[in-house]
Design a protein around this ligand. Sequence first.
Ligand code: PRP
Ligand code: URA
Length: 210
Amino acid sequence: MDEMVHIFDHPLIQHKLAILRDENTGVKEFREIVSEIATLMCYEATRDLPTREVEIKTPVATGTFKTLAGKKLAIVPILRAGLGMVDGILTLIPSAKVGHIGLYRDPQTLEPVEYYCKMPSDIAERDVIVLDPMLATGGSASAAIQFIKNYEVKHIKLMNIIAAPEGVERVRKDHPDVAIYCAALDEKLNDHGYIVPGLGDAGDRIFGTK
Ligand code: PRP
Ligand code: URA
């Protein structure tokens, strides 16, 4: 993998991910852990945010300190499963605006089908993090990224909890400018396009719809 693909092998993230993978983990715990992992990943994925020096007077002395600079952020969850990561990101970046893209994967063709889109009006002026727990064939992520690029967004990151090699390859090929952040790179896809070993259907497990 190249320098645009970041896999977080932090012990806390790996421990929580192991619980997510367990088929016996119930909906409440699954939902909470997706959110917690999103927060931990956000901490790492925002490491390159630009800062600027500002002068601040503390009760003791005046000094020069760093604050965030650069463009404001927007996050765009891919519905449904990406919704599970939103609160975890907003814990760290409470002022981020939130766009939504509704895509589902046709179970026969595995092609993404769009059914909803609502972006912040100033999306072109923001840096964007696309959220989806699963990067399988990469069709959904690639379509979502193209959709956001059509709004003239210049800088996009993709955050997934589990990625398959096929999905990473697809996004790297279609969008070489987009950095990918994930907690695990699994082995492969099965014949139904599910990530192996994966965690099953993320949307169903977050929303209890199985
Ligand atoms: C899942 C997942 C991704 C997509 C990944 O969504 O959340 O969006 O599949 O697959 P791909 O990389 O092969 O496109 P799904 O279509 O099951 O919809 P849901 O989130 O509504 O459950
Ligand atoms: N979508 C999921 O939710 N899980 C997979 O393994 C693949 C696609």
